[in-house]
Design a protein around this ligand. Structure first.
Ligand code: C2E
Ligand code: MG
Ligand code: MG
Ligand code: MG
Length: 295
């Protein structure tokens, strides 16, 4: 009986596995054509100053609208970035993301919108690609965008391996005037010692700490400790996944600099982000006009 059971499980597994492999292959084939078919879109999630609750920047987050169905099916990055990485497609897709993000940032600056920067996620395969620096330079110069408006997000898992090479790459980016943020901070397996040698400008506290952060929980204490540690190293702190007023208040009280999360806004398609920026610009204007009035 057990044997039969086992064989059935095996058959089941084999069938499952084959289906999964086929899904993956199909997705890989589709992804190869996604760029030329204009199926990839950049979304922007606004980031706010904790203290003033005014806009600071935006994180660039990719979406894939797979076109074979109507309306097209939205495939989130968690479902396809790993495939793009494994096939190397991420290099080409990543270059496209960088280019579009820089051009869009430039448009918003020209419109005088109060946005300081865009932040672009970079995956390991891109970061170690020989052509990476050149492609970032090209994206900036094509958009005529000053590098101070660009931040790159890397993860702790990318800081292991050839330490000298990584350090060199980060220093080159730093020299170009680009800021480096450490994404999902606190969830990786690497040691804290890299904070000594790598030029990291920003720590993004992972949402897993924020999610269950009730006052005086371990998550709250860790969050507070990360803010203090980062500040003492001269880093800016961003909290991700902030959904409630309570979380925002706690983080603000603890000195967290920047807030990102559904509390303020979900990631938005370009036009919606532009509308939000127009409103923010209006808010800035009214508050500075108010200040200019004699009291
Ligand atoms: P990430 O860089 O850590 O991005 C933050 C993720 O948290 C985004 O998911 C965002 O939509 C989500 N998020 C933001 N605020 C909240 C909130 O308040 N609550 C909850 N529950 N979620 C929130 P998304 O867009 O699905 O992206 C997932 C991951 O995919 C990203 O994590 C990043 O690692 C990767 N990714 C996204 N876009 C790109 C890209 O352009 N290039 C690369 N290489 N990776 C990307
Ligand atoms: Mg990120
Ligand atoms: Mg993150
Ligand atoms: Mg993440």
């Amino acid at each position: 009986e057990a044997k039969k059971q086992g064989r059935n499980n095996y058959q089941f597994y084999k069938k499952d596995y084959a289906a999964a492999t086929q899904d993956r292959l199909l997705m890989e084939l589709d992804l190869r054509k996604a760029l030329e078919k204009n199926e990839l879109q950049l979304y922007y999630q606004p980031q706010y100053y904790a203290a003033s609750r005014t806009i600071f920047g935006a994180e660039v987050l990719i979406r894939w609208f797979q076109g074979s169905t109507k309306p097209p099916k939205m495939i989130p990055p968690d479902k396809f970035i790993s495939i793009a990485e494994e096939t190397g497609l991420i290099v080409e897709i990543g270059e496209w993301i960088m280019k579009v993000a820089c051009l869009q940032m430039k448009k918003w600056l020209l419109a005088d919108y109060p946005l300081k920067q865009v932040s672009v996620n970079v995956s390991a395969r891109q970061f170690t690609d020989n052509n990476f620096l050149k492609s970032v330079e090209d994206a900036l110069s094509q958009a005529k965008l000053d590098s101070k408006h660009l931040e790159l997000e890397i993860t702790e898992s990318m800081l292991v391996g050839d330490i000298k090479q990584i350090e060199l790459q980060l220093q080159r980016l730093k020299k170009m005037g680009i800021k480096i943020a450490l994404d999902d901070f606190g969830t990786g397996y690497s040691s804290l010692s890299y904070l000594k040698s790598f030029p990291i400008d920003v720590l993004k506290i992972d949402q897993s700490f924020i999610r269950e952060m009730t006052v005086e929980s371990k998550d709250a204490r860790l969050t507070s400790a990360i803010i203090e540690m980062g500040h003492s190293l001269g880093q800016k702190i961003i909290a991700e996944g902030v959904e409630t007023e309570q979380q925002l208040e706690y983080l603000t009280h603890r000195g967290c600099d920047i807030i990102q999360g559904y509390f303020f806004s979900k990631p938005l398609p370009t036009q919606d982000m532009t509308n939000l920026l127009a409103k923010e610009a209006q808010r800035h204007l009214t508050s500075s006009q108010r200040k200019a009035l004699p009291s």
